[in-house]
Design a protein around this ligand. Structure first.
Ligand SMILES: Nc1ncnc2c1ncn2[C@@H]1O[C@H](COP(=O)(O)OP(=O)(O)OP(=O)(O)O)[C@@H](O)[C@H]1O
Length: 684
């Protein structure tokens, strides 16, 4: 077993547990896997070629975020390089004096000025390093904030179709990683700049001492560069290999510790099952880590050996140059220091460049997302929509969700008259919710038109369309906010409007729920936070109804008051009394002039609608009043004819069934009662 796990991990395959639970390695269809391959396969040359572009990207972001801090960082780094060069020159002079006057009286005095200069240069370098780090620390959060706001702003502006598009979603996910990368990109690019300048200063000094010394630095640097590149590449591969296993086991760990899975874990015995597979996956991950650790150690030994040989060769060459009189002893001493500094710089440069490369890929996605999101943003402006049209006309509308082949709406034509209750009924998946989403402007038809009186909504001002609509979706999101904030979205003027809030609570039957909460409207509907609570399904539905009422009866910031109320299964979790009250309330809204589009499977409720549309497989198959639809008989030419009547009778039959009579006296139907059970009416 151990062997097969090890082999599976080494081969990038999945251990048996992952195979069983996820059908293979857990490779999320998420953005953060977008660059794993690119990153792992990139060689030294690929990375090196991209350095200028990556630095430019980092500097552009920094320039936009805080110019003063950026200029401060660059000046401080240039100053640091100059002090490093000055320090080397001073060390060279000090060594020269030391070797020239070794043992002679006054040797210390001769060396002192150069030594003091070297010390002062080192001190100035330290101060400049602090300035540079201050600037970088100031820049990073500003860049991150700018990038975050850009991303969130673009994300909330795009069309629903973009949000549902897997490719756009991947990009969005990857760009979210880009936000953290933006911050690291800046610090790494400062490191790269700093190291490059330091190397230029060291190289310059070496060249001044003797042009022959420059190739020595390259000799030292080459094996180090090779070692760093190989190590970095191995690290990326390692991360890529174990990430898949880690994802799978993290998901299991999450499932085992979440509240929403707790009931099934206990009742269905899922806990022991998942724990067993978690352990199996953890063992596979261990095996993979051990394999990579051994490989990493071998590479490090090889790189260190190559680097040591290069150092030995360098010292040999230096000795040769000194002994043949081509290099002064003091210059050789300086060269040793410079070569060591330069070699260390190469190591750190490679590390930074490698990191820069990975971060830049994600930051690049952040930029791509900005462009893509702009292209897919909900258009602003457009034709004015009537505030209260006489009717909404749906004409020959077809719509297919992104990524699907079968249309969810197929050439649907219907009219929704204003001020009426219109019921949309039909089987699961018939297209009712989809039509509702098109009516409120979340999607645009692929073909056909939706007109508000004479205005085609495709070319209309979408903000006006949203402002004229109230949507109570079937899967109403349970916002983790205060009840006050949940019930007053888009109505900032009503956050503290006690009168309207009380009316909304009364409309939705929320009074009892509010009385139960210590903090009333300020109750936080987010379990897991201090003071946070959760509500039952029916209570959430009442909260949603209160929100619907508040929005439908007040005006938004643009002065529009919605006339179209779309309620998608608004009573599925309500108790019978609350359900009756909810339908009465919807009728009340319609009586006040709103158009209520009611999507429901409760045909007793649709029976009182002014108009009923029946959908089946994305097509409109029947329409009329309840009485008209109940009068439709079977029709050989129209197989769906009478489907409303059939469904209605099916539901009605459940209630019309004969009620059981009173329990007959005599022996207990399940046999004699146990002796301990008191006889009925026996009293205690
Ligand atoms: N976001 C989506 N992406 C892809 N397909 C979707 C999406 N939403 C719905 N569909 C598909 O569109 C079809 C119509 O779904 P819709 O939700 O409109 O049905 P419905 O009549 O409201 O069903 P129900 O009574 O079950 O709520 C179904 O085949 C469904 O699988």
């Amino acid at each position: 077993m151990k062997r097969s796990r090890r082999e599976a991990a080494a081969a990038g395959g999945s251990p048996p547990s992952e195979q069983l639970l996820f059908g293979g390695p857990m490779r999320y269809d998420g953005g953060f896997v977008r660059h794993e391959e690119t990153s792992a396969q990139a060689g030294l040359w690929t990375v090196a070629r991209q350095i200028p572009g990556m630095l430019r990207l980092a500097w552009v972001l920094a320039w936009r975020a805080d110019r003063a801090a950026l200029v401060g960082v660059v000046l401080a780094e240039v100053g640091r390089a100059a002090t490093a060069a000055l320090s080397l020159v001073a060390v060279n002079a000090a060594l020269g004096h030391l070797f020239a006057s070794a043992g002679a009286a006054g040797a210390l005095r001769a060396v002192l000025p150069a030594a003091l200069t070297a010390g002062a240069a080192a001190g100035a370098g330290a101060v400049l390093a602090a300035v540079s780090s201050w600037g970088a620390d100031r820049l990073s959060p500003r860049i991150q904030r700018t990038a975050t706001v850009t991303l969130l702003d673009r994300a909330q502006r795009v069309e629903m179709a973009a949000m549902e598009d897997p490719a756009f979603n991947r990009l969005l996910e990857s760009a979210r990683f880009g936000i953290n990368s933006v911050h690291r990109l800046t610090s790494e690019s400062v490191s790269v700049l700093s190291t490059l300048l330091s190397m230029a200063a060291t190289g310059g000094v070496l060249f001044t001492l003797s042009p022959l010394l420059l190739p020595l630095l390259v000799l030292i640097a080459a094996p180090r560069a090779w070692g760093a590149a190989v190590t970095a590449r191995r690290r990326r591969n390692s991360v890529m290999a174990w990430l898949q296993h880690l994802r799978a086991s993290q998901l299991i760990a999450q499932l085992l510790t979440q509240t929403y899975t707790a009931a099934e874990i206990r009742v269905h015995g899922v806990g022991a099952f998942l724990l067993h597979h978690f352990e199996q996956m953890a063992l596979a991950s261990d095996a993979e880590q051990a394999r990579l650790a051994a490989a990493g150690a071998r590479t490090r030994i090889a790189a260190s050996a190559a680097s040591g040989l290069a150092f030995a060769a360098t010292f040999g060459l230096l000795g040769l140059l000194v002994s043949t009189g081509h290099l002064a002893l003091a210059a050789a001493g300086t060269a040793v220091i410079a070569v060591r500094t330069g070699a260390a710089d190469v190591g750190s440069l490679l590390g930074s460049v490698n990191q820069l490369f990975e971060e830049a890929l994600y930051v690049g996605d952040l930029q791509t997302l900005t462009t893509e999101a702009d292209a897919r943003a909900i258009p602003t402006g457009g034709a004015d929509l009537p505030e209260r049209p006489d009717a909404i006309h749906v004409e020959n509308v077809s719509f297919t969700y992104p990524g699907r082949t079968a249309p969810s709406l197929d050439k649907v034509s219907l009219v929704v008259p204003t001020g009426k209750i219109v019921a949309l009924v039909g089987d699961n998946g018939a297209g009712k919710s989809t039509l509702a989403r098109l009516l409120c402007g979340l999607y645009q038809p692929d073909s056909g038109t939706i007109r508000w009186d004479g205005v085609d909504t495709a070319t209309a001002d979408r903000a006006q369309q949203f402002a004229s609509t109230v949507l109570l979706p079937q899967d109403f999101f349970h916002w983790p906010l205060t009840l006050r904030a949940i019930v007053t979205p888009g109505r900032p003027g009503h956050h503290d409007d006690a009168q309207t809030l009380a009316e909304a609570a009364e409309f939705a039957g929320m009074e009892h729920l509010l009385q139960q909460q210590d903090r009333g409207w300020d109750t936080l509907a987010a379990k897991g936070f201090e003071g946070g609570v959760d509500f039952s399904g029916g209570q959430w539905q009442r909260i949603g109804t209160a929100r619907t009422y508040l929005r439908a009866t007040t005006t938004g910031t643009d002065g529009r008051r919605p006339f179209l109320v779309i309620a998608d299964e608004p009573t599925s979790a309500l108790d019978p009394a609350a359900e009756v009250r909810a339908f009465d309330n919807l009728r009340r809204l319609a009586a006040e002039g709103a158009t209520v589009l009611l999507i429901t499977h409760r045909l007793a409720a649709s029976a009182s609608a002014d108009l009923i549309y029946v959908l089946k497989d994305g097509r409109l198959v029947e329409q009329g009043t309840h009485e008209e639809l109940m009068a439709v008989g079977a029709d050989e030419d129209r197989p769906a004819a009478g489907s409303y009547r059939t469904a209605y009778l099916l539901q009605a039959r459940q209630y019309a069934a004969e009620l059981p009579g009173p329990r007959p006296a005599g022996p207990h139907p399940a046999g004699p009662r146990p002796a301990a059970e008191p006889a009925e009416g026996g009293g205690q």
